[in-house]
Write a protein that binds this ligand. Structure first.
Ligand SMILES: [Zn+2]
Length: 405
């Protein structure tokens, strides 16, 4: 597993938000072709790399029982937030605790003061960077774990399992990972993304998400002659902002608390726009929040004149809990698979969206499981080899558990 992982991180697969191609960078294709070859050499079936850089493969069932088809998904790309070129991973064996110097020359240190959680990994082997790039454990740890779990199942024919599907997709980090995912071709009853962080993470709740943009049309007049004539759109903008509770903002909320996030105020006297994003795990409260934006629009038009404020409301994505809830057995299966691997499941709500959420609404229920990486998207990213091994066994146990249901 470690050998695979150390090889995978040498591929530069940074995705790019500005590109319109699929995948957005050629490096992701290069890596996908390498994996395609590797999966074929392992003897997997139905190995398909499509023209958009999505790679699918099958480990056939090894018994005749009726067993649901379970899938495992990880993403090929790394975040554009930090360079992923010329990654030089280093394994700190049997980490003794204390600071880890990543680059002596440039004095880049993974320090206990800044990252106290590193001391949780005392006695483990941890993979770090040289301080000049991200590591890419997000999500090459997930890929290495899936491929290793498949190899483990091949080496242990006594473990009965059904048909297992795997898929590696591009452009997750820029929010496009699910866009071209071929759910019918994947053909799974359900799947898991292996893209979470620390040991035990099990996520199946994300935000419901929407956006609200208030367009404000004012009336600009020479300030010397403006009395009774000017309508300053910026004052209306300020009024809108003060009508929306500031305590329900990202900086004041955590856990299951939703928010209104003021994203921008742009414009001048004549015209301005105020934009918000709206988030809540609870569907009902989310809808109330969206409706409240409409009330603000109505109140402002009553105050300043009809048509001064025009609100555009958009729904962006939904909480996958709605899709997963009728199939809670897929969560129970993941939980018991973790426990058998010596992992304590940590169920927590995602304060954002995931590829799994999009896939869930494309008809594929898809909770997210830990891959082990810490400090994603940064030069301080690291992953524990022992945690990765537990992720491998979690995948193996899910495959075995699905056959026992
Ligand atoms: Zn990821």
């Amino acid at each position: 597993m470690l050998e695979r992982f150390l090889k995978y991180v040498t591929f530069d697969t940074e995705s790019c938000d500005d590109a319109t191609t699929v995948p957005t960078t050629e490096g992701q294709f290069v890596f996908a072709r390498y994996l395609e070859q590797q999966l074929k050499e392992m003897g997997l079936e139905e190995v398909v790399l499509d023209e958009k850089g999505y790679l699918y493969a099958t480990l056939p069932a090894n018994c005749a029982k009726e067993i649901p088809v379970v899938g495992f998904i990880a993403h090929l790309d790394t975040s554009p937030d930090m360079s992923g070129k010329d990654v030089k991973p280093r394994v700190v064996e049997n980490y003794a605790g204390g600071d880890i110097v990543l680059c002596e020359k440039d004095n880049i240190v993974l320090s206990v003061a800044d990252f106290p959680e590193i001391e949780d990994y005392k006695g483990q082997d941890i993979v770090v960077t040289d301080g000049h790039t991200l590591l890419g454990a997000d999500d090459k740890a997930g890929i290495a774990e899936i491929v290793t779990a498949i190899a483990y199942l091949q080496a242990h024919p006594e473990i009965e399992h059904g048909k297992i599907r795997i898929a590696f997709n591009p452009d997750e980090e820029i929010g496009r990972g699910a866009h071209n995912f071929n759910v019918p071709l994947f053909g799974c009853d359900w799947a898991y993304t292996i893209d979470g962080g620390s040991e035990g993470e099990l996520e199946f709740e994300n935000f419901n998400a929407g956006s609200a943009t208030f367009a404000i049309q004012g009336r600009n007049v020479h300030p010397g002659y403006a009395k009774g004539k000017m309508l300053n759109s910026l004052r209306v903008a300020a009024d809108i902002v003060s009508a929306i509770p500031a305590s329900e903002s990202p900086e004041c909320t955590a856990g299951y608390e939703g928010f209104y996030h003021l994203m921008g105020i742009n414009g001048g006297v004549d015209h301005s726009d105020v934009s918000y994003i709206i988030r809540d795990h609870n569907r009902e409260i989310f809808e109330k929040r969206m409706a409240f934006m409409r009330e603000v629009e109505t109140a402002m038009n009553a105050k300043y004149g009809n048509g001064v404020v025009t609100l555009e409301l958009k729904e962006q994505y939904r909480n996958m809990r709605e899709q997963v809830e009728p199939k809670m057995h897929i969560i129970e299966l993941a939980k018991s698979a973790m426990e058998q691997a010596g992992v304590v499941p940590q169920i927590k709500p995602i304060r954002g969206g995931t590829d799994g959420a999009q896939l869930s609404f494309m008809g594929l229920s898809c909770p997210n499981l830990f891959a082990g990486g810490i400090n994603f998207h940064s030069r301080y990213e690291f992953v524990s080899v022992q945690v990765m091994e537990k992720a491998v066994m979690t995948i193996v146990n899910i495959a075995a558990g699905a056959a026992k249901r």
